[in-house]
Design a protein around this ligand. Structure first.
Ligand SMILES: Nc1ncnc2c1ncn2[C@@H]1O[C@H](COP(=O)(O)OP(=O)(O)OP(=O)(O)O)[C@@H](O)[C@H]1O
Ligand SMILES: [Zn+2]
Length: 640
């Protein structure tokens, strides 16, 4: 028996799909209509079995005894059912376009997903090609527009960088009066590339240039172009230029252009990646606009060597401006700008502080003033004293102190001896930077630090200076060996730095007789050409052996010289280590006193007595500041 539900229409009974199948197996379906989602069958009297066992099957009946001749059921179309129907339906199977409601259901379940994907797909395509629509911001450039609301920055806010400012003067004049230049047919560069180490004020300079010319300033970082969605970067570039043209005259500034502008095909595997597409779009846009449109593109990088040569071709970033680390004068000027709104004590002498901060960038100096103001505020002072600035300088140079790091007595003693070794060699070896500070307060990752500061801005190094540096680096390790009869892991960084210096001396600076003045430089410092993996071919096996031998020779010589100095001055090393264990940090004058075998004073006899028990607080440390930047890879001043 089947259970039938009475259909509203009366004549067609709604059944379940499996019942349709059962009727079919009993040969009771005369004809069948199949639509997308439903089947409708006309029933007849059927039978089961064959021959003798053939049994008749009567039509099913409704509750009130009438025969049911038509049934319908809903189902989802599947291929197997059609085959089944063709086998089990007696006269005809028809396929029908469904009724209105069936059609609707069909659309909903079958067509709609397609439509949905189609719309989505269309939407993304539009995003990529047209630079996005208003609703979603994928393709919009993230350029920030700086206009009236922000404080206007002009060249007064940028200290030093005089050459760079001069070079940008022409751009300012053009932006002020583009028509004038057009009339005269003058050719204005489209793009200016600012090149220089981090924190030297490239961004500041670009902003100030816009400020001077009184034009809008759009700024975006190269890394903003590189996103997870393919094609977004390119569309951002397009959008950026569109915005620029709408707001001309203006400056478009791209910071860290190396993030998109890297040499194409340089990445492992090469190929057309997202970044490459973005770069191509940038090149296309640069070619597409006329400088007469009044848009000047300014970009900044500290890796000009990795830029794609296509970017530097005429008509693109053809004007290049070097923004270098500030010299003494520049540092003083930058300090003046940043201390303008800080109350300074009488004892602060900006020129001498500038002199004591070689290798500091503008950002470092700004940071130093800020840090000093914070230190002074924490101690409840009403103004910033010399001591605060000195402490801030140390913090930036060596990383923040980590007073919370507990060292065992033995570790402290090892560190004291190790640092004394560095300091004594540095002080006595001759041509070397004076010792500025020795400390056994852990800073950054180092257990102790010896800092030397050059007297002025070094632009080049003599071979003797570098050989002496090697000996100074060896000093720590040898002191441990001589005085404690052991070596510790504390010297690992020294060894690494020393090895790097020797390699530079040999491969880069022509300071090894065995190799001679040949550049076998490692890495990719060469503009546009060399990459490390080319070097393998460039250097023969034999040359590599000579290099290795020379590294060893230089290190051995340095070792021997440091050993001699430390053995000859055992007493100084020992008293210095004692003193370090006692007061933790020795300043330059205290080191001098120790070397002269005089008693160590707590305050600088040469200075007015600004109390100087070295108090400053630890905290999360910024990157230790290596300073100096002439060698391709500047050797850090700090030594463990
Ligand atoms: N010449 C300068 N005069 C005054 N302040 C400076 C100078 N150079 C840098 N600064 C200070 O350092 C901060 C950071 O500088 P800026 O961001 O312009 O450096 P950058 O060269 O763009 O660095 P990066 O390469 O890391 O982007 C400035 O906001 C400013 O406070
Ligand atoms: Zn060391």
């Amino acid at each position: 028996m089947f259970f039938y539900q009475r259909n509203a229409g009366g004549s067609v009974e709604e059944v379940s799909f499996s019942e349709v199948v059962t009727f079919g197996e009993s040969n009771m379906i005369k004809s069948l209509k199949i639509s997308q989602t439903r089947v409708e069958a006309v029933l007849q009297e059927g039978w089961t079995g064959t021959g003798e066992e053939k049994q008749t099957k009567p039509l099913p009946k409704t509750d009130d005894g009438r025969n049911i001749t038509r049934i319908s059921a809903s189902y989802m179309l599947y291929d197997g059912f059609v085959d089944w129907a063709l086998k089990h339906v007696n006269s005809e199977v028809t396929f029908e376009n469904s009724t209105a409601s069936d059609a609707l259901i069909g659309v909903l379940t079958w067509i709609l997903p397609f439509v949905f994907f189609l719309v989505l797909w269309f939407f993304f395509i539009r995003q990529m090609q047209a630079g996005g629509n208003k609703a979603m911001m994928f393709g919009k450039s993230k350029a920030k527009l700086l206009t009236g609301s922000q404080k206007k920055i002009t060249y007064i806010d940028v200290a030093g960088c005089d050459e760079a400012k001069e070079e940008l003067q022409e751009i300012i004049e053009f932006l002020k009066e583009p028509q004038k230049f057009q009339r005269l047919g003058g050719k204005i560069p489209k793009g200016v590339l600012l090149m220089g180490p981090p924190g030297t004020g490239k961004t500041l300079l670009a902003r100030a240039t816009a400020g001077e010319a009184n034009v809008p300033f759009f700024s975006i970082s190269g890394s903003d172009f590189v996103e997870m969605f393919v094609g977004v970067g390119a569309s951002r570039v397009r959008d950026l230029f569109e915005q620029g043209k709408k707001n001309a005259p203006c400056i478009i500034f791209i910071d860290e252009i190396d993030a998109v502008g890297r040499h194409r095909g340089a990445g492992m595997g090469g190929g057309h990646d997202e970044r490459e597409q973005t770069l191509n779009q940038l090149l296309v846009e640069m070619d597409g606009f006329e400088s007469n449109d009044g848009v000047i593109l300014v970009a900044a990088t500290n890796r000009p060597d990795v830029l794609d040569p296509a970017l530097l071709r005429p008509g693109r970033f053809d004007r290049r401006v070097v923004v270098d680390l500030p010299d003494v004068k520049g540092r003083e000027a930058i300090l003046k700008v940043h201390t303008a709104r800080v109350p300074l004590s009488q004892d602060v002498d900006l020129p001498s502080i500038a002199r004591g901060a070689p290798g500091f960038s503008g950002a470092d100096l700004a940071n130093m003033v800020n840090e000093a103001a914070l230190l002074a505020a924490r101690k409840g002072k009403k103004m910033v004293f010399r001591a605060d600035l000195e402490d801030a300088k140390d913090k930036i140079m060596m990383g923040a102190e980590r007073r919370s790091m507990i060292l065992s007595e033995e570790e402290k003693r090892n560190t004291a001896i190790h640092e004394s070794g560095h300091a004594v060699v540095a002080a006595l070896i001759g041509e070397a930077d004076p010792v500025h500070k020795v400390t056994i307060i852990p800073r950054g990752r180092a257990l102790g630090v010896t800092i030397q500061l050059p007297l002025d801005d070094r632009r080049s190094y003599t071979a003797t200076y570098l050989e002496n540096r090697l000996a100074i680096l060896m000093g720590g390790r040898i002191a441990e060996e001589l005085f404690l009869n052991q070596t510790t892991s504390g010297a690992s960084n020294d060894i690494e730095v020393a090895t790097n210096i020797t390699k530079q001396m040999i491969c880069d600076l022509g300071m090894s007789k065995a190799i001679g003045p040949i550049c076998l430089r490692e890495g990719n410092n060469q503009p546009f050409l060399g990459r490390d993996y080319n070097r393998a071919q460039a250097t023969s096996e034999k040359t590599a052996q000579i290099i290795d031998a020379e590294v060893k020779r230089l290190i051995d010589e340095a070792d021997a010289r440091a050993r001699k100095i430390l053995t000859d001055n055992r007493d100084i090393v020992e008293t210095m280590a004692e003193k370090l264990l006692d007061i933790e940090t020795l300043n330059d004058w205290q080191v001098e006193q120790l070397l002269a075998r005089q008693p160590v004073t707590l305050t600088n006899p040469k200075h007015d007595p600004q109390a100087k028990p070295h108090i400053s607080e630890g905290g999360s440390d910024p990157k230790p500041k290596p300073g100096l930047g002439v060698l391709p890879d500047p050797p850090p001043l700090a030594q463990t």
